[in-house]
Design a protein around this ligand. Sequence first.
Ligand code: PEP
Ligand code: MG
Length: 316
Amino acid sequence: RHHASVVDEQLPCITADGTTIQLLGNIGIPMEAPEVTKHNLAGVGLFRTEFLFLESTKRPSLAEQVEIYSGVSKSLNNRPLTLRTFDLGSDKLPLFLQSSRAETNSMLALRGLRFSLKEVELLNTQLKAILQVGRTADVRILFPMVIGPDDFSQAIDAVRNATGFVGIQQRPQIGAMIETPAALFALDEILELADFVAIGTNDLTQYMLAVDRDLAEGHDDCTAMHPAVLRAIRWIVKKARTHNCPVCVCGEEASNVDFARLLIGLGIRELSLAPSRAADVRHALRNVDCNEAKKIASLALKCLTTSSVHELCKRF
Ligand code: PEP
Ligand code: MG
Protein backbone atom coordinates (compact mmCIF):
# COMPACT_ATOMS: atom_id res chain seq x y z
CA ARG A 1 0.00 0.00 0.00
CA HIS A 2 1.37 3.40 -0.98
CA HIS A 3 1.72 6.17 1.51
CA ALA A 4 1.09 9.74 0.60
CA SER A 5 4.26 11.72 0.31
CA VAL A 6 4.79 15.42 0.88
CA VAL A 7 4.99 15.84 -2.90
CA ASP A 8 1.47 14.44 -3.28
CA GLU A 9 0.08 17.35 -1.31
CA GLN A 10 0.98 19.82 -4.01
CA LEU A 11 -0.71 17.82 -6.75
CA PRO A 12 -4.31 18.61 -7.70
CA CYS A 13 -6.95 16.13 -6.57
CA ILE A 14 -7.79 14.69 -9.98
CA THR A 15 -8.74 11.04 -10.39
CA ALA A 16 -6.88 8.68 -12.72
CA ASP A 17 -9.55 9.28 -15.38
CA GLY A 18 -9.31 13.07 -15.09
CA THR A 19 -12.24 13.97 -12.83
CA THR A 20 -11.60 16.89 -10.51
CA ILE A 21 -12.48 16.33 -6.88
CA GLN A 22 -12.86 19.32 -4.61
CA LEU A 23 -11.07 18.73 -1.31
CA LEU A 24 -11.91 21.12 1.52
CA GLY A 25 -11.03 21.27 5.21
CA ASN A 26 -13.04 20.91 8.42
CA ILE A 27 -11.94 23.26 11.18
CA GLY A 28 -13.17 24.05 14.69
CA ILE A 29 -10.80 26.77 15.87
CA PRO A 30 -9.00 29.60 14.02
CA MET A 31 -5.61 28.03 14.71
CA GLU A 32 -6.52 25.24 12.30
CA ALA A 33 -7.11 27.56 9.35
CA PRO A 34 -3.45 27.69 8.22
CA GLU A 35 -3.57 23.88 8.00
CA VAL A 36 -6.06 24.26 5.16
CA THR A 37 -3.64 26.13 2.92
CA LYS A 38 -0.70 24.05 4.10
CA HIS A 39 -2.43 20.88 2.89
CA ASN A 40 -3.40 22.51 -0.40
CA LEU A 41 -7.15 22.37 0.26
CA ALA A 42 -9.56 24.47 -1.77
CA GLY A 43 -11.09 26.18 1.26
CA VAL A 44 -13.06 25.39 4.39
CA GLY A 45 -16.12 23.21 3.83
CA LEU A 46 -17.08 23.19 7.49
CA PHE A 47 -16.13 25.64 10.23
CA ARG A 48 -17.71 24.29 13.41
CA THR A 49 -18.16 27.70 15.02
CA GLU A 50 -19.80 26.44 18.22
CA PHE A 51 -16.44 25.33 19.62
CA LEU A 52 -15.22 28.94 19.73
CA PHE A 53 -17.37 29.94 22.64
CA LEU A 54 -18.07 26.83 24.70
CA GLU A 55 -15.89 28.18 27.53
CA SER A 56 -17.31 31.70 27.42
CA THR A 57 -19.31 32.99 30.34
CA LYS A 58 -20.88 35.72 28.26
CA ARG A 59 -22.36 35.85 24.81
CA PRO A 60 -19.86 36.58 22.05
CA SER A 61 -20.35 40.11 20.74
CA LEU A 62 -20.77 41.06 17.12
CA ALA A 63 -17.34 42.72 17.05
CA GLU A 64 -15.66 39.72 18.61
CA GLN A 65 -17.15 37.37 16.03
CA VAL A 66 -16.35 39.65 13.11
CA GLU A 67 -12.74 39.68 14.20
CA ILE A 68 -12.50 35.90 14.49
CA TYR A 69 -14.31 35.08 11.24
CA SER A 70 -12.40 37.66 9.22
CA GLY A 71 -9.12 36.41 10.72
CA VAL A 72 -9.92 32.89 9.57
CA SER A 73 -10.96 34.10 6.14
CA LYS A 74 -7.74 36.11 5.77
CA SER A 75 -5.55 33.16 6.63
CA LEU A 76 -7.32 31.24 3.86
CA ASN A 77 -6.07 33.77 1.28
CA ASN A 78 -9.39 34.24 -0.49
CA ARG A 79 -10.38 30.60 -0.46
CA PRO A 80 -14.07 30.05 0.32
CA LEU A 81 -15.05 29.75 3.98
CA THR A 82 -18.21 27.86 4.90
CA LEU A 83 -19.29 28.90 8.36
CA ARG A 84 -21.71 26.59 10.05
CA THR A 85 -23.91 28.45 12.49
CA PHE A 86 -23.62 27.35 16.14
CA ASP A 87 -24.51 23.67 16.31
CA LEU A 88 -25.40 23.62 19.98
CA GLY A 89 -27.08 20.99 22.13
CA SER A 90 -26.58 19.80 25.66
CA ASP A 91 -23.46 17.94 24.58
CA LYS A 92 -22.07 21.23 23.27
CA LEU A 93 -23.44 23.92 25.58
CA PRO A 94 -21.55 27.17 26.20
CA LEU A 95 -21.14 28.23 29.83
CA PHE A 96 -23.31 31.29 29.24
CA LEU A 97 -26.31 29.07 28.41
CA GLN A 98 -25.78 26.27 30.88
CA SER A 99 -28.26 27.38 33.48
CA SER A 100 -31.12 27.82 31.03
CA ARG A 101 -30.68 25.01 28.52
CA ALA A 102 -29.27 21.93 30.23
CA GLU A 103 -31.14 18.76 29.24
CA THR A 104 -30.57 15.05 29.53
CA ASN A 105 -30.43 12.78 26.48
CA SER A 106 -28.31 15.34 24.73
CA MET A 107 -28.38 13.72 21.29
CA LEU A 108 -32.16 13.81 21.14
CA ALA A 109 -32.93 17.16 22.63
CA LEU A 110 -32.95 20.75 21.49
CA ARG A 111 -29.99 21.04 19.13
CA GLY A 112 -28.63 22.42 15.90
CA LEU A 113 -30.84 24.81 13.99
CA ARG A 114 -33.77 24.07 16.30
CA PHE A 115 -31.67 25.31 19.19
CA SER A 116 -30.72 28.46 17.28
CA LEU A 117 -34.35 29.23 16.48
CA LYS A 118 -34.99 29.30 20.26
CA GLU A 119 -31.92 31.47 20.88
CA VAL A 120 -32.62 33.94 18.08
CA GLU A 121 -30.53 36.72 19.55
CA LEU A 122 -27.48 34.48 19.50
CA LEU A 123 -28.24 33.37 15.93
CA ASN A 124 -28.93 36.89 14.66
CA THR A 125 -25.70 38.27 16.08
CA GLN A 126 -23.74 35.46 14.47
CA LEU A 127 -25.44 35.99 11.11
CA LYS A 128 -24.70 39.72 11.22
CA ALA A 129 -21.04 38.95 11.93
CA ILE A 130 -20.86 36.49 9.03
CA LEU A 131 -22.54 38.94 6.65
CA GLN A 132 -20.24 41.71 7.77
CA VAL A 133 -17.20 39.56 6.94
CA GLY A 134 -18.90 38.52 3.70
CA ARG A 135 -18.70 42.09 2.42
CA THR A 136 -15.10 41.48 1.48
CA ALA A 137 -14.63 37.72 1.70
CA ASP A 138 -16.01 34.57 0.13
CA VAL A 139 -18.17 33.22 2.94
CA ARG A 140 -21.05 30.76 2.86
CA ILE A 141 -23.57 30.01 5.59
CA LEU A 142 -24.41 26.45 6.56
CA PHE A 143 -27.23 25.46 8.93
CA PRO A 144 -26.90 22.29 11.02
CA MET A 145 -29.56 19.64 11.76
CA VAL A 146 -32.13 20.93 9.31
CA ILE A 147 -35.19 18.68 9.48
CA GLY A 148 -37.29 20.21 6.72
CA PRO A 149 -38.31 23.26 4.74
CA ASP A 150 -39.97 24.84 7.76
CA ASP A 151 -36.92 25.26 9.99
CA PHE A 152 -34.71 25.90 6.98
CA SER A 153 -36.88 28.69 5.63
CA GLN A 154 -36.95 30.31 9.09
CA ALA A 155 -33.16 30.22 8.96
CA ILE A 156 -33.15 31.81 5.52
CA ASP A 157 -35.52 34.51 6.78
CA ALA A 158 -33.09 35.21 9.62
CA VAL A 159 -30.32 35.70 7.06
CA ARG A 160 -32.55 38.02 5.05
CA ASN A 161 -33.27 40.13 8.13
CA ALA A 162 -29.60 40.28 9.06
CA THR A 163 -28.82 41.30 5.48
CA GLY A 164 -31.05 44.33 5.92
CA PHE A 165 -29.29 45.18 9.17
CA VAL A 166 -25.80 44.99 7.69
CA GLY A 167 -26.95 46.88 4.62
CA ILE A 168 -25.74 44.63 1.85
CA GLN A 169 -27.45 43.83 -1.44
CA GLN A 170 -26.41 40.29 -2.09
CA ARG A 171 -26.47 37.59 0.53
CA PRO A 172 -23.95 34.74 0.65
CA GLN A 173 -24.89 31.26 -0.44
CA ILE A 174 -26.96 29.38 2.12
CA GLY A 175 -26.70 25.64 2.67
CA ALA A 176 -28.42 22.96 4.72
CA MET A 177 -26.73 20.05 6.41
CA ILE A 178 -28.38 16.77 5.55
CA GLU A 179 -27.81 14.75 8.69
CA THR A 180 -31.24 13.72 9.95
CA PRO A 181 -33.56 11.06 8.52
CA ALA A 182 -36.30 13.69 8.33
CA ALA A 183 -34.20 15.76 5.94
CA LEU A 184 -33.94 12.75 3.63
CA PHE A 185 -37.71 12.68 3.37
CA ALA A 186 -37.97 16.40 2.74
CA LEU A 187 -35.07 16.62 0.33
CA ASP A 188 -36.93 18.07 -2.62
CA GLU A 189 -38.32 20.88 -0.50
CA ILE A 190 -34.95 21.57 1.14
CA LEU A 191 -33.13 21.50 -2.21
CA GLU A 192 -35.67 23.94 -3.55
CA LEU A 193 -34.45 26.44 -0.95
CA ALA A 194 -30.74 25.59 -0.69
CA ASP A 195 -27.78 26.96 -2.64
CA PHE A 196 -25.81 23.89 -1.56
CA VAL A 197 -26.09 20.96 0.84
CA ALA A 198 -23.53 19.25 3.07
CA ILE A 199 -23.98 15.66 4.18
CA GLY A 200 -22.98 15.14 7.80
CA THR A 201 -22.26 11.44 7.94
CA ASN A 202 -21.48 11.51 11.69
CA ASP A 203 -25.00 12.47 12.63
CA LEU A 204 -26.73 10.87 9.66
CA THR A 205 -25.22 7.52 10.73
CA GLN A 206 -26.09 8.13 14.37
CA TYR A 207 -29.72 8.93 13.65
CA MET A 208 -30.29 6.39 10.88
CA LEU A 209 -28.76 3.45 12.73
CA ALA A 210 -29.68 4.54 16.25
CA VAL A 211 -26.05 4.36 17.36
CA ASP A 212 -24.42 6.97 19.56
CA ARG A 213 -21.74 8.64 17.41
CA ASP A 214 -19.44 8.92 20.43
CA LEU A 215 -19.70 5.23 21.27
CA ALA A 216 -18.72 3.93 17.85
CA GLU A 217 -16.07 1.67 19.41
CA GLY A 218 -17.35 -1.90 19.28
CA HIS A 219 -20.09 -1.01 16.80
CA ASP A 220 -18.08 -1.78 13.69
CA ASP A 221 -21.18 -2.56 11.69
CA CYS A 222 -22.82 0.73 12.57
CA THR A 223 -20.70 3.17 10.60
CA ALA A 224 -21.20 5.34 7.54
CA MET A 225 -20.19 2.26 5.54
CA HIS A 226 -23.51 0.64 6.43
CA PRO A 227 -25.49 0.04 3.23
CA ALA A 228 -28.44 2.06 4.52
CA VAL A 229 -26.24 5.13 4.88
CA LEU A 230 -24.71 4.52 1.45
CA ARG A 231 -28.19 4.33 -0.05
CA ALA A 232 -29.10 7.57 1.67
CA ILE A 233 -26.02 9.26 0.20
CA ARG A 234 -26.84 7.96 -3.27
CA TRP A 235 -30.39 9.27 -2.86
CA ILE A 236 -29.08 12.71 -1.91
CA VAL A 237 -26.67 12.79 -4.87
CA LYS A 238 -29.47 11.91 -7.31
CA LYS A 239 -31.92 14.43 -5.90
CA ALA A 240 -29.30 17.16 -5.74
CA ARG A 241 -28.49 16.61 -9.41
CA THR A 242 -32.07 17.14 -10.45
CA HIS A 243 -32.02 20.42 -8.52
CA ASN A 244 -28.57 21.35 -9.82
CA CYS A 245 -27.44 21.77 -6.25
CA PRO A 246 -23.82 21.17 -5.16
CA VAL A 247 -23.29 18.45 -2.50
CA CYS A 248 -20.36 18.07 -0.16
CA VAL A 249 -19.72 15.25 2.33
CA CYS A 250 -18.22 16.60 5.53
CA GLY A 251 -18.50 13.82 8.14
CA GLU A 252 -15.28 12.40 9.59
CA GLU A 253 -15.71 9.19 7.63
CA ALA A 254 -14.80 11.12 4.47
CA SER A 255 -11.19 10.90 5.64
CA ASN A 256 -11.34 7.11 5.57
CA VAL A 257 -9.74 6.22 2.26
CA ASP A 258 -12.10 3.33 1.46
CA PHE A 259 -15.13 5.43 2.21
CA ALA A 260 -13.78 8.37 0.19
CA ARG A 261 -13.38 6.09 -2.84
CA LEU A 262 -16.90 4.75 -2.39
CA LEU A 263 -18.20 8.31 -2.22
CA ILE A 264 -16.65 9.02 -5.61
CA GLY A 265 -18.42 5.93 -6.91
CA LEU A 266 -21.68 7.23 -5.47
CA GLY A 267 -21.24 10.45 -7.44
CA ILE A 268 -19.81 12.74 -4.75
CA ARG A 269 -17.25 15.23 -6.11
CA GLU A 270 -16.66 17.37 -3.03
CA LEU A 271 -15.28 16.26 0.34
CA SER A 272 -14.51 18.25 3.45
CA LEU A 273 -12.22 16.57 5.94
CA ALA A 274 -9.68 17.08 8.71
CA PRO A 275 -6.70 18.78 7.02
CA SER A 276 -4.30 16.30 8.61
CA ARG A 277 -6.05 13.47 6.69
CA ALA A 278 -6.03 15.21 3.33
CA ALA A 279 -2.77 13.79 2.01
CA ASP A 280 -3.88 10.16 2.27
CA VAL A 281 -7.25 10.87 0.67
CA ARG A 282 -5.72 12.94 -2.12
CA HIS A 283 -3.26 10.17 -2.85
CA ALA A 284 -5.98 7.50 -2.92
CA LEU A 285 -8.33 9.53 -5.09
CA ARG A 286 -5.63 10.38 -7.60
CA ASN A 287 -5.39 6.64 -8.21
CA VAL A 288 -9.11 6.02 -8.46
CA ASP A 289 -10.92 5.46 -11.71
CA CYS A 290 -14.45 6.89 -11.49
CA ASN A 291 -16.01 4.20 -13.65
CA GLU A 292 -14.49 1.46 -11.59
CA ALA A 293 -15.51 3.25 -8.40
CA LYS A 294 -19.03 3.53 -9.77
CA LYS A 295 -19.21 -0.20 -10.40
CA ILE A 296 -18.00 -1.00 -6.90
CA ALA A 297 -20.40 1.54 -5.41
CA SER A 298 -23.35 0.07 -7.30
CA LEU A 299 -22.49 -3.35 -5.85
CA ALA A 300 -22.17 -1.76 -2.41
CA LEU A 301 -25.67 -0.36 -2.80
CA LYS A 302 -26.93 -3.93 -3.14
CA CYS A 303 -25.16 -5.12 0.02
CA LEU A 304 -27.07 -5.79 3.19
CA THR A 305 -24.22 -5.68 5.69
CA THR A 306 -21.35 -3.35 6.48
CA SER A 307 -18.86 -6.22 6.37
CA SER A 308 -19.81 -7.07 2.80
CA VAL A 309 -19.20 -3.42 1.89
CA HIS A 310 -15.74 -3.69 3.46
CA GLU A 311 -15.09 -6.82 1.40
CA LEU A 312 -16.03 -4.97 -1.77
CA CYS A 313 -13.68 -2.10 -0.93
CA LYS A 314 -10.75 -4.50 -1.20
CA ARG A 315 -11.32 -4.39 -4.96
CA PHE A 316 -10.08 -0.82 -5.13
C1 PEP B 1 -21.65 15.45 10.92
O1 PEP B 1 -22.59 15.32 11.69
O2 PEP B 1 -21.25 14.54 10.17
C2 PEP B 1 -20.90 16.72 10.85
C3 PEP B 1 -20.07 16.98 9.88
O3 PEP B 1 -21.08 17.63 11.83
P1 PEP B 1 -20.60 17.41 13.34
O4 PEP B 1 -19.62 16.28 13.36
O5 PEP B 1 -20.01 18.69 13.76
O6 PEP B 1 -21.87 17.10 14.05
MG1 MG C 1 -23.51 16.94 12.71
